[in-house]
Design a protein around this ligand. Structure first.
Ligand SMILES: Nc1ncnc2c1ncn2[C@@H]1O[C@H](COP(=O)(O)OP(=O)(O)O)[C@@H](O)[C@H]1O
Ligand SMILES: [Mg+2]
Length: 390
């Protein structure tokens, strides 16, 4: 409350009619100013009372939310006023569970156009108890489109690297096939009959090279295939447990013990379970190859600030420092039968989750790969409408 209003209210019974008149005019002016500020905001603002009825909203809120237009929006529960079913359901569950929601996104199609809205709900606290809620609605269509363009540009850049990699990869088998065809021709020159064995030897090699080429192309297609990610709210620990059950036997057979260090009560993350498991599988495969004589695989999850991390640590051969910055490059491999795409794919999956990846390795000791996922901002924020005003 503004100081001049509070002061006037404190001595209200001592005011004469002229002073009361003055106070009302001041209040009206103040109110108009607030109203003007509220209405000129591009973000939507809406306030509800303890009974979840709308007590205040601005034009932007009405424009974004679409209100259903039967009757006075002030008299009903807020979720019955919002026309969009999905938003209405979200508002209802959030309010009924007395939760806070930050930046929950909704896609609406209005007049053939897609709009992405970001909604936040924060409780208004007065005297230690919740006295209603504040809604903040922001349009993020352009912001999201920009991010998607950036990600596409990023993946286009890696596509160029991939294509260069493929060109490089197919040169060797093609060269080798050329040589063996030449050798067959040479062996046949001037002869009407040749010994089958001498030709077969070359044909075997040519067949092997064709298989190699095929694998390169298949792997390439896998690496460049757009990932149809569907990020959904999920429990990382549940995904990890499920995944570990899947690889347990293979690890046991390789003489590798599993240590699970999963922190409880992690916040839900936006994940595509299938792809997270694919990434974990690639990391575990690398760990298995790094521990030919067995060892220990430690899988941990934990929270650090705004991120939840998943780390896969092995007690294997480690990665020499000089190749550490190459391992994510497409086709980089030190293994005889490696594709060199395992970590490239992991990187791509992590980026699609707006996450990050870090590698810590000591030669002869082991390697730890850590993926961090952003925590969707959903923590409790309490907002007070008292106290701060002069
Ligand atoms: N856990 C690990 N321990 C040791 N070296 C690793 C590990 N993970 C990856 N590397 C190194 O990174 C390279 C690239 O890995 P990756 O992209 O999965 O391809 P690939 O497994 O087909 O070689 C591997 O060849 C290996 O040299
Ligand atoms: Mg690999």
């Amino acid at each position: 409350m503004r100081l001049f209003i509070r002061r006037a209210l404190e001595k209200l019974d001592k005011l004469d009619s002229r002073q009361i008149h003055r106070l009302i005019v001041d209040l009206a002016t103040e109110n108009e100013r607030m109203e003007a500020v509220l209405q000129s905001m591009t973000d939507g603002i809406m306030v509800t009372d303890g009974e979840n009825r709308i007590t205040l909203y601005n034009k932007a809120a009405e424009r974004y939310m679409p209100f259903s237009h039967d009757g006075d929006p002030y008299e009903k529960k807020v979720w019955t006023v919002i026309a969009d079913r999905e938003i209405a359901d979200f508002v209802r569950t959030t309010l009924e569970s007395q939760e806070t929601a930050t930046d929950r996104e909704f896609t609406l199609s209005a007049g053939g156009e897609m709009r992405v809205l970001s909604c936040s709900v924060m409780p208004l606290v007065r005297g230690g108890s919740i006295q209603g809620n504040l809604f903040h609605i922001e349009e993020v269509t352009e912001k999201r489109a920009k991010e998607a363009r950036l990600r596409r540009a990023e993946s286009l850049a890696s596509l160029t690297t991939l294509a260069a990699g493929v060109a490089h990869e197919i040169k060797n088998p093609l060269g080798s096939m050329g040589i063996h065809i030449q050798l067959i021709k040479k062996g046949m020159a001037g002869k009407s009959l040749v010994e089958a064995g001498s030709v077969l030897k070359h044909l075997d090699i040519i067949t092997e090279e064709v298989e190699r080429l095929n694998k390169i192309v298949v792997d390439f297609l896998f690496a460049v295939r757009p990932m149809d990610m569907e990020l959904r709210s999920a429990d990382l620990n549940a995904v990890v447990r499920d995944f570990l059950d899947f690889v347990r036997v293979e690890l046991e057979e390789a003489g590798i013990g599993i240590r699970e260090e999963l922190e409880e009560d992690l916040p839900a993350l936006n994940l595509d379970e299938k792809f997270v498991k694919q990434a974990a599988l690639n990391l575990v495969k690398n760990a298995i190859s790094a521990m030919p004589g067995g060892g220990t695989l430690t899988v941990s999850t934990f929270r650090r600030g705004d991120a939840v991390k998943l780390s896969v640590a092995d007690t294997g051969v480690g990665i020499p420092r000089q190749i550490l910055d190459k391992i994510f490059e497409p086709y980089f491999t030190t293994r005889d039968f490696g594709s060199g795409l395992g970590l490239t794919i992991v990187y791509k999956i992590v980026k699609e989750h707006r996450g990050d990846i870090a590698v810590d390795s000591r030669e002869g000791k082991g390697t730890t790969v850590t993926i961090s996922f952003p925590v969707p901002q959903k923590d409790r924020q309490l907002l007070s409408y008292e106290g701060k005003n002069p």
